[in-house]
Write a protein of this length. Sequence first.
Length: 484
Amino acid sequence: MAEWDYELFWNETLNQMREELGEDEFGRWFKLVGYLRATEQDITLGVPSGFYRDQVKTRYQTRIEAALKLVVGRDIALLFEVVSQSQRAAALPKASGMLRPDAAPPQSSAAERKPETQTPQPNLFSSDTAREVKAKKGRHLLLREDYTFDKYVIGDNNNFAANAAMAISRNPGVIYNPFLIYGGVGLGKTHLMQAIGNYVHHNSERKIIYITAESFMNEFIQAIRENRTSAFKNKYRFVDMLLIDDIHFLEGKLETQEELFHTFNALYDANKHIIFTCDRPASELKKVSERLRSRFERGLNVDLQPPNYETRYAILKAKTQDRKVAISDEVLALIAKNINTNVRDLEAALTKLSAYADLLGKPITLESARQQLKDVFAAPVKQISASISIETILHVVANYFSISLNDLKSNKRTQKIVQPRQITMYIAREITEFSTTEIGQQFGGRHYTTVMHAREKIENQCRSDPTLEATIQTIIGLIKGSAN
Ligand code: ADP
Ligand code: MG
């Protein structure tokens, strides 16, 4: 019978047993069990004595087999072999850190020995970039503890997204699946996504993995290289909730997209929740297969907008209370007024000021705050980047002319709508790298020649009408202000 490498599965099974039994009991019975070898149908474990073997068998065999089945996806039989300590030590897993040979207690005293306290360790399914699932009760190893709902300030800009996220937390796998949060950098996508993870982690036994799209890809490539793609597949297909951050990274990464597509299907079919974040609407992803894009768009897609003044102020207030830094309300107002890009920039300003206050040993005045932050405040409007979405442009134009987004995208030919629509197309062509075809698609699948025509038309009009030119510049300014 050919040898199979089931060691990864065995280690995952150990993690589950450990969770189930607690450190004490687990330490008493599993410390001295070593993985020896496997065939397709069975795994052979090394134990120190016949007595030990019988005890483990009667106490745990059924439970271990059940856990193994969950991990592997089918029945695997357990066989035991009495082996010497050195054989077992050699067989103990090398990479997990959990059962290193040097950490194993002496054989004779195993049964009575109190297990040392273990620090949480990533299990063997993980690589450096992606540790999965809690190794013990308490915090989730992959989630930032402070990314919770109660630290998430809700304003007009994120109200809908935050409420959907809270609803999902209470009913994972049931509503809004998949859930995609999109928006510019620093607007709270990762925080919101992890808040769902943290909530579900603390309120259920669900197995959650958080990973960035980039790490997902790296791990996948490594699995291919090391010939263990089935372990990789298993890792991602038996979770209850999968959080994948920054999927725009997958543009052009076709093999990883393919893998994610299958992962998605497996989880979706099993009613497991899948959550994505992206820096733009899924419809604007380039070089993403049509079938994966349609999966992203299934379920619920919500956007995060930059916070308005009130929300910026509320966020600053919450952060100062949280960090226990003494910064006066008028200084907070000054920051909120002057930094309108995103929450990350607000935090950076706070950090800078509180460091300064610490250094001085006295509170910050309006004047010193202005002085400290003058570079930040004076920062020129950010260069137009490729990441401006057509959606952002549409929003800004619709707002500016007080018409609805739907009308703007529609086929309506009234003059009130036609010119703003042409302006939108013109601006999209001027300040983004989207092609006329891509822009046309955002307007109900219009032909690219329509976009070209719109652009020419606006260009001509601008020549004879300087106020139109000025209007367009104003709108571009607004777009720059709301994109990041
Ligand atoms: P993104 O993933 O969209 O780039 P993050 O989730 O990393 O943004 O958020 C950037 C920082 O701003 C984080 O420290 C996060 O905690 C904070 N943050 C974002 N939105 C909010 C909010 N609504 N309330 C409180 N903090 C926020
Ligand atoms: Mg993020």
